[in-house]
Design a protein around this ligand. Structure first.
Ligand code: PMP
Length: 288
């Protein structure tokens, strides 16, 4: 594998960053997780846009234009002969001193890794997921804003550890008001009658790219889309539930906190959305 770092390609074992990089020392940086399907990078513009929004939010000037960043992603895919895979785009604050002041960092570093994707087990897509709600609260807007896809994922990792201890793969995180925000690495959706519901971004969710696609596909199916504040009561009493994420795509959820959702099988509408999602990934994306 060849890894892109600041304009050059390095073999996997030589692809290294300094121990003084503030991305490592403080989680000071941002990232994107992107998928390639059938020789195209899916929703690349949306991911690049979100990367620059994250950068703006942390007052980090990415040392290249969005067009150059797009080229770096595509070049890395080409270099690694990727047609289907997962791309990790990282911008760190760069090498600095041991103090946390970002002004002491010389220049941000841009890293692109294009490799294989690790998915949830295939039977989980067939049977549906069992998830739980965890005690770790989603980040507050006035702390590390949950819209920033930052390198500091410790809050979500703490929630993931709780999920692991409970013996499940994903977990619902609530916000400080007790409303559903999202999962540790996925957005959450409910179906109730003809309505597709997902927590508003103001509840503390990442502006998920797959979330946006699911809403678009739901609209095509004639569903009424809404973004109300949702409680666990709403989740338990939904007809269907599913999660969305670049890695997970659309995955049905059949049990939450021991409560069976709907029939206990992946829902009919969820399955239609999954089929439409796969169809879209076959025909759209930036050609590599
Ligand atoms: N929420 C969180 C916390 C995430 O890290 C991610 C990305 N894995 C998502 C939601 C899903 O976002 P996207 O559809 O853009 O991958």
């Amino acid at each position: 594998m060849k890894v892109y770092i600041d304009g050059k390609f390095y073999d996997e074992d030589k692809a290294k960053v300094s121990v003084f990089d503030h991305g490592l020392l403080y989680g000071d940086g941002i990232f994107e997780g992107i998928r390639a399907y059938h020789g195209r990078v899916f929703k690349l513009k949306e991911h690049i846009d979100r990367l620059y929004y994250s950068a703006k939010a942390i007052l980090l000037t990415i040392p290249m234009s969005p067009a150059e960043m797009t080229k770096a992603v595509l070049d890395t895919c080409r270099k690694n002969k990727i047609t289907d895979g997962y791309i990790r785009l990282i911008v760190t604050r760069g090498v600095g001193t041991l103090g946390l002041n970002p002004n002491r960092c010389k220049a941000p570093s841009v890293i692109v890794i294009a490799g294989k994707i690790q998915l949830y087990p295939p039977e989980m897509y067939q049977r549906g997921m069992d998830i739980v709600t965890v005690a770790t609260t989603r980040n507050l807007h006035n702390a590390v804003n949950p819209a920033i896809k930052s390198l500091n994922y410790l809050n979500n990792i703490l929630a993931k550890i709780e999920a692991n201890i409970a013996g499940v793969e994903e977990a619902i995180m609530l916000n400080s008001d007790g409303y559903v925000a999202e999962c540790t690495g996925d957005n959450l959706f409910l179906i109730k009658g003809n309505e597709l519901l997902t927590p508003p971004l103001s509840a503390g969710a990442l502006y998920g790219i797959t979330r946006g696609v699911a809403m678009e596909l739901g609209r095509e199916l004639g569903l009424k889309i809404s973004e109300p504040n949702l409680t666990r009561y709403d989740v338990y009493n939904a007809d269907e539930c599913f999660l969305t994420g670049t890695g997970a795509e659309i995955i049905p959820v059949v049990k939450v906190d021991g409560r069976v959702i709907g029939t206990g099988q992946p829902g009919v509408i969820s399955q239609q959305l999954i089929a439409k999602y796969h169809a879209l990934t076959k025909v759209s994306g930036e050609p590599i």
